[in-house]
Design a protein around this ligand. Structure first.
Ligand code: ATP
Ligand code: MG
Length: 191
């Protein structure tokens, strides 16, 4: 199995790259942001709690996210060739939980970390905000999301780096350029 954790700041292009990887390599794409937004849309009580957190740019608690991932892993199709984790793990607690969940299933995952300048991600998110309808694509919330990314999610990259399970790429340029770098890494690690 080819399991990839795609890491990068909000607006770095994780969703776009995940779609491209999923298509070329036939992998399952798990976007935790999309799963949470679907829960909000359902109008459930849980969705309301999640909405209050997301619209302020805050994270959903670890235990809820870990539970969601466990359920996802338990309901994978039998012919699954691998998973792209887009938006998870976002905290070291989540990374530790994922490691255990994967270990128990004889699986492992490698991190690809997309570096994009802060000015560039702000520009992309504000642009997306004009049409996305997302409550968190406004300047104030973007600032909070970037702060959380630096303070809470960046240590997750260190976690994978220390485990020699880590690749970094430059995501500042076109999506084709970014994908070419990811593709090179995937070709290499598949050998
Ligand atoms: P983009 O997808 O454009 O790169 P993003 O990473 O901020 O931006 P999503 O991944 O869609 O956006 O996540 C949106 C929000 O959902 C996050 O700001 C957070 O509140 C919540 N969320 C998503 N994944 C997690 C997670 N693993 N742990 C806690 N909260 C999460
Ligand atoms: Mg996304």
């Amino acid at each position: 199995m080819l399991n990839i954790i795609l890491c990068g700041a909000p607006g770095s292009g994780k969703g776009t790259q995940s779609d491209l990887i999923a298509k070329k390599y036939g992998l399952q794409h798990l976007s935790t942001g999309d799963v949470l937004r679907a829960e909000i849309k359902s109008g459930s009580e849980l969705g309301k709690e999640i909405d209050a957190l997301i619209s302020k740019g805050n994270l959903v608690p670890d235990h809820k996210m870990n539970h969601l991932i466990e359920h996802y892993l338990d309901t994978l199709p039998a012919d699954c060739k691998g998973i792209i984790f887009d938006g998870f793990p976002r905290t070291v607690v989540q990374a530790e939980a994922l490691e255990l969940l994967l270990e128990r299933r004889n699986m492992k995952a490698v991190m690809i970390d997309m570096f994009v300048e802060e000015d560039e991600v702000i520009k992309r998110l504000l642009e997306r905000g004009r049409t996305s309808g997302r409550a968190d694509d406004n300047f104030e919330t973007i600032k909070q999301r970037l702060k959380i990314y630096q303070d809470v999610t960046k240590p997750v990259c260190q976690y994978y780096l220390k485990k020699h399970n880590y690749f970094a790429i430059n995501g500042n340029n076109t999506m084709e350029d970014t994908f070419a770098q990811i593709d090179t890494i995937l070709q290499l690690i598949q050998k």
